[in-house]
Design a protein around this ligand. Structure first.
Ligand code: RIB
Ligand code: CA
Length: 309
């Protein structure tokens, strides 16, 4: 049973992803580390705690991380997720204290304690992970693997023509992560826009599950549904982080992958692009997910919403 460390910039899709990890019968969430991204750090941390409160898992420790990218100023995505990052659900204070230890040394410690058995799942900009790599360059080799929601390997981005948000927000951090030794899986925007799409009827089904978690998942996705309908012109919205967790917890969901190096763009024009390449000697292989089983993803998600309080 993999033990999970989840790094999150807790917006609406992160929240559902956290619920799925907390509910999975074959996984144990050891810790959450928070990072600025979708929303400022304090809000991301509050949202992670609100999610633990809904799942009645206030035992899971929350470590607060970096409040801005390594180089660029923070750019949030409140237009996608709502001002509070959770669909403007305006949830009450979750009443959970953060750990005293900063997320970056906590990641270094948790990796050292992993004995190659724990999985790191990243759902936001890679700032915390890059900072931890500055302390321990072999960080990722100490986990069984790192599953990253991020990137646009087909060069179809969601922030710029070619860049996905998590990588675009902190390209310097991402560049450091994709050249680090260790097993790594990329669940990118490409597969999020195929296997990760949710219809309005499926969002309504969340509220009909009959649990507080199902209602929470429905409520926090109100803004992202409207944003995607408006921006994409299709009556669907994407749940990238839940898809990444589903793949992390069930290898059969990733139906086509490719092991290849990834170069991260850092120039103005190519900021945050993730170029698959055989030509970067510094980039060890990343398993890029090109196709995934959307039905199996949704089954795992709804099973989780039913299993939780
Ligand atoms: O591009 C989608 C990713 O950026 C997701 O992780 C979403 O939560 C935002 O962090
Ligand atoms: Ca996220």
């Amino acid at each position: 049973m993999p033990k999970l460390i989840i790094d999150t910039d807790t917006g609406s899709d992160d929240a559902i992803a956290l619920l799925m990890a907390l509910a999975h019968p074959d996984a144990e969430v050891l810790a959450l580390t928070t990072v600025a991204g979708n929303v400022p750090l304090d809000q991301a941390t509050r949202n992670a705690k609100s999610t633990l409160r809904v799942a009645e898992r206030t035992d899971v420790p929350v470590y607060v991380g970096c409040d801005r990218p390594l180089v660029h100023p923070l750019e949030t995505a409140t237009e996608v997720h709502g001002e509070d990052g959770l669909g403007n659900a305006n949830l009450p204070d979750p009443g959970i204290n953060s750990q005293d230890e900063h997320a970056v040394p906590a990641l270094v410690r948790l990796a050292a304690e992993s004995n190659g058995e724990h999985d790191l799942i990243t759902l936001g900009p890679l700032t915390n992970v890059a900072a931890a790599l500055a302390i321990d360059p072999d960080l990722l080799t100490r986990f069984r693997r790192t599953v990253i929601m991020g990137g646009a390997p087909d060069m179809v981005g969601n922030v710029t023509d070619m860049a996905e948000f998590n990588i675009w927000v902190d390209p310097e951090a991402a560049a450091r992560v994709f050249v680090a030794p260790g097993a790594r899986v990329m669940v990118g925007w490409n597969v999020s826009m195929t296997a990760g799409l949710i219809s309005p009827e499926q969002r309504q089904a969340m509220a009909q599950v009959g649990t507080a978690s199902g209602q929470f998942a429905h409520d926090v996705t109100s803004v992202v549904e409207a944003f995607c309908h408006q921006e994409l012109g299709i009556p669907f919205f994407s749940l990238p982080d839940p898809l990444a967790v589903a793949i992390a917890l069930d290898d059969t969901i990733a139906t086509r992958t490719q092991a290849i190096g990834v170069t991260v763009g850092r120039s103005d024009e190519a900021r945050g692009a993730t170029f698959p390449t055989h030509l970067n000697p510094d980039a060890p292989a990343t398993d890029i997910v090109w196709e995934a089983d959307g039905d199996a993803f949704q089954t795992q998600m709804f099973d989780a919403l039913r299993a939780l309080p």
